[in-house]
Write a protein that binds this ligand. Sequence first.
Ligand SMILES: Nc1ncnc2c1ncn2[C@@H]1O[C@H](COP(=O)(O)OP(=O)(O)O)[C@@H](O)[C@H]1O
Ligand SMILES: [Mg+2]
Length: 234
Amino acid sequence: MTAPLVRESMVTADRVTRIFGKGEGAVTALNAISFTAQKGTITALRGRSGSGKTTLLNIIGALDRPSDGKLWLQGEELTAMTEKQRNALRRQRIGLVFQSFGLMPLMSAYENVEFGLRIAGVPSSRTRRMAEEALEQVGMKERMKHRPGELSGGEQQRVAIARAIAHQPVLLLADEPTAELDSKTGLTVIRLFRELVEQLGTTIIMTTHDLSVLSMMDQTIALEDGHIGKINVE
Ligand SMILES: Nc1ncnc2c1ncn2[C@@H]1O[C@H](COP(=O)(O)OP(=O)(O)O)[C@@H](O)[C@H]1O
Ligand SMILES: [Mg+2]
């Protein structure tokens, strides 16, 4: 790993390994994974269930630490940081999107996004404008007074994406964001991701097992039992 390359990339992983448990029951979820995600690109992590996608995404998102190997975000070594530093970095620079949307059912779309900003420590004088901007960006401003139960799955995922981007993270991580959507709606979510990359310069890393979205990725990394299978840079 040469320093200039690491600095210019958004994420660089060098032989990242994650072993769960100890002794005979130990599971090697990731085995020496190395890759780079360039700024302003979308990378897909694909592979069967159990191949290590979520484990890798959690490590990139500073939610978990590797057992071995190193990881850099914008040239800073995440694996050398204290827990406090990692938490601060995650709050400021990373947005997270999950398969099941994770919205609060009793809050409107707007309140969900605004609440996320308050949790992230954004001063209340700024949360309204930032929440509305994010909802506008995902095309949900008109429906922002609706509760999740009054929205379709695709609309709920858009609100979840608005919540994830409202604090203007440099890196958006999405774990199977299209898995609970029909394929047409799933494609609109990926198109939205492309817009975020082109318009805001966001870098996105997402997991998927949906082959139909891979042509819209800049890079696909195939995981097979914690190893990298083949890399296609399109
Ligand atoms: N917290 C954990 N404790 C023990 N094993 C785990 C844990 N998380 C994941 N694993 C194991 O690691 C492997 C990879 O899991 P995961 O990253 O969730 O795969 P994927 O997201 O590709 O389905 C699986 O064998 C899984 O059972
Ligand atoms: Mg998973």
